[in-house]
Design a protein around this ligand. Structure first.
Ligand SMILES: *Cc1c(COP(=O)(O)O)cnc(C)c1O
Length: 394
């Protein structure tokens, strides 16, 4: 008998047949270099905990202390009764850390994009968007109602071409790019994009979710990496990756930040981030401001791991960051590779369509400052064994 859910069952079956069905594993330990996953202790190669802050004693202590004083819930949206002194302190500290005029925080990086893009552009406007931009940017663009004009990935000449093509057809325009692209680990040519934005007097926004806490001096992000202070209008970041907690941040021009406090819908209509989360984020800023030790260790680990993977004969793509894609081609191969690694006590996720283009499936290794040299060597040994077993390397 047919039911109104039949089509969903059929879609789910075809995902399974194509090797694209997401089998979600369960973590039952604290975050760190090693995790208990589906009951088994494994080396963690797939979280965004770049600096090991997710379970850092200083962040944990800050969260615990504020729970005692402020409790656990925000109880309101920011614009009604949800703005605590803590939220404002975090925004001031983040602005100072990043060397910008002002900052505003959101519940997540995803929310930050949904908040910001529709506040800056509307139906009569155009958005010039890198073709590989993150899903939250794409959704923010769609939500704005603006016309989306995509340009070829990291291709400044194509951006110029698309801008010329659209000249005279819009009221306002916005250029948006990821800072670090999460699937390949490559970095947007923000210096050149910034020149184009200036030449055409177009607003420029960068989403630096994977660059925050990773690139730039002491992890100050992509604007610092290129020395573009004061030249990029809007810098979106996340507090959920290198910062080790949860939340989003928009940093940059003070006028834009003031406007977002009036118009950003997730700020006005969704509850504030909880006190312990904010306190932990503040402690993360302290850790980053006090020392570059964790950022330095992250890069040391990444350089070592990538060099060894290349030596073994793996194709690690075009990454310029600690994100290390291991290119495998077809999704079923990436899935079996990941399964075999798990047998070897290594947890590394396969990525296939639609997360990455068809035929470009891969295992993505996320290196962290939390890994010891010994951890990395264990991971490399497992990759070597499984790579030979599956005929990926000789
Ligand atoms: C992860 C990511 C986000 C989402 O950040 P959350 O804080 O996890 O919501 C947004 N943009 C980019 C580019 C990302 O990589």
């Amino acid at each position: 008998m047919s039911t109104r859910f039949d089509w969903i069952q059929q879609e789910l079956s075809s995902l399974k047949e194509a090797g694209l069905y997401n089998r979600i594993r369960t973590i039952s330990s604290a975050q760190g270099a090693w995790l208990v996953v589906d009951g088994k202790r494994v080396l963690n190669f797939c979280s965004n905990n770049y600096l090991g802050l997710a379970n850092h004693p200083q962040l944990v202590a800050a969260a615990r202390e504020i729970v005692e004083r402020y409790g656990v819930g925000p109880a309101a949206v920011r614009s009604i009764a949800g703005t605590m002194d803590l939220h404002l302190e975090l925004e001031r500290r983040l602005a100072k850390f990043k060397g910008v005029e002002a900052a505003i925080t959101f519940q997540s990086g995803f929310a930050a994009n949904l908040a910001t893009i529709p506040a800056l552009v509307g139906k009569e406007d155009v958005i010039f968007s890198d073709e590989l931009n993150h899903a939250s940017i794409i959704d923010g663009c769609r939500l704005s109602g603006g016309r989306i004009a995509r340009y070829a990935h990291n291709d400044v000449a194509d951006l110029e071409r698309v801008i010329k093509e659209n000249e005279g057809t819009y009221r306002r325009a916005l250029i948006i790019t990821d800072g670090v692209f999460s699937m390949d680990g490559d970095i947007a040519p923000l210096d050149k994009i910034c020149e184009v934005a200036n030449a055409h007097d177009i607003l420029l926004m960068v989403d630096d979710a994977h660059g925050e806490g990773v690139i730039g001096r002491g992890g100050r992000g992509i604007v610092d990496h290129f020395g573009l202070h004061g030249k990029v209008d809007v810098e979106v970041g996340t507090l959920s990756k290198a910062f080790g907690v949860v939340g989003g941040v928009v940093a940059g021009n003070a006028t834009i930040i003031e406007w977002l406090r009036q118009r950003a819908r997730p700020f006005l209509f969704s509850s504030a981030v909880t006190p312990p989360d904010v306190a932990a984020c503040l402690a993360a800023v302290d850790v980053l401001e006090n020392s570059t030790e964790l950022v330095d260790r992250l890069w040391e680990n990444a350089r070592y791991f990538k060099a060894e993977m290349k030596r073994l004969g793996f194709n690690t793509g075009v990454s310029e960051t600690p994100i290390t894609p291991v290119m495998l081609g077809e999704a079923p191969l990436a899935q079996s590779f990941s399964r075999e690694l798990f047998e070897e006590n290594v947890f590394a996720m396969p990525l296939g369509f639609p997360t990455v283009p068809r035929g470009k499936a891969r295992i993505r290794v996320m290196i962290s400052a939390a890994h010891s040299r010994d951890d990395l060597d264990q991971g490399l040994a497992a990759f070597a064994k499984v790579g030979k077993q599956l005929g990926v390397i000789a």
